[in-house]
Each structure stands twice: as structure tokens, then as C-alpha cells.
Design a protein around this ligand. Structure first.
Ligand code: CU
Length: 156
């Protein structure tokens, strides 16, 4: 019987493809940023973290050659005014996930070293308390009207 062998090969290939950016059971999925105008100093990265591992972990920071600093930010509704606040750390439970999305949590790129151009990509390193450094690639998408540049309190 050759079928079971084929099935397990297929499963292995599938696991290999979906966990390409996995380290310590952590998977970083769909990391993206909006393109920025030439004079913009700041940008924002959105992504999803999945913890396939057996233990809880905590995202403690990020860095990228694309910006002087990469900060974890959250967005709070302060009496109808959306405000960004720094996030010191973000726990990601075993079997759980965390989503960074427009209007919510984001990774703020402070002091862009170059404009973010649609269609290009750049590397981003996420630092976890247990897993350590996890690399991902951020795809730059078209600038959008609902983008981070529209968030009050942000100078773009
Ligand atoms: Cu921010």
C-alpha cells in the first residue's frame, strides 16, 4: 500500500509550507504595511502571531532596518478620539493568537530610513521572551484612505 506514505508526504509538505516562518512554535502570518509618501517619518506594520507551541510566550519588541525604531502600539478610544499608546509587551498564549490590524494594535515604525514603496518588502524581527528573535518579511501594500496616516495624533 503506497497511499498512506503519499498522504503523510503531502501532510509534511503542507506543514512545511504553512509554518515557513515558524520558530519555537510561533508563526508570523501576513505581515504588511501601507506604502508611505516620500516625506513620511513613520509607518505601521500589521500582522498575525499564532502560537502553535506548548507554552505561553510574550512579544517584547521589534526591530527592522527600515526604521530607527519599531514600537508596539495599541489604539484606544478616548471619548471618541482614537489615541495610540505604547504597549510594553503582548502575551500570546499557547494555542492562541494575536492580531495587529488597522485601528488596533500595530508595530509603529518610527524614523523610516526610506519611504515604504508598494510592491516592495522589508525584513522585520520580532523578539519574544522565550522563543527569542523571530524573522518575518513585511509586504508593502498600496496606500489606503483608512491607513495609519488618517489616525489622529500621528504626523505623517
Ligand atoms: Cu502607532
Amino acid at each position: 500500500m503506497r497511499l498512506p506514505a503519499l498522504v503523510s508526504l503531502f501532510c509534511l509538505a503542507l506543514i512545511g509550507a504553512t509554518q515557513a516562518q515558524s520558530a519555537g512554535g510561533l508563526e508570523i502570518r501576513h505581515a504588511w504595511a501601507r506604502a508611505t509618501p516620500g516625506a513620511a517619518h513613520n509607518g505601521a506594520v500589521y500582522l498575525t502571531i499564532l502560537n502553535h507551541g506548548g507554552g505561553d510566550d510574550t512579544l517584547t519588541g521589534a526591530s527592522t532596518p527600515a526604521a530607527a525604531k519599531a514600537e508596539l502600539h495599541t489604539t484606544l478610544d478616548d471619548n471618541g478620539v482614537m489615541k495610540m499608546r505604547p504597549l510594553a509587551a503582548l502575551p500570546v498564549k499557547a494555542g492562541g493568537s494575536a492580531a495587529f490590524t488597522p485601528g488596533g494594535m500595530h508595530i509603529m515604525l518610527v524614523g523610516l530610513t526610506h519611504p515604504l514603496t508598494a510592491g516592495k518588502s522589508f525584513p522585520l524581527t520580532l523578539t519574544f521572551a522565550k522563543a527569542g528573535a523571530v524573522q518575518t518579511t513585511v509586504m508593502v501594500e498600496q496606500p489606503g484612505a483608512a491607513g495609519p496616516g488618517d489616525m489622529p495624533g500621528m504626523k505623517m
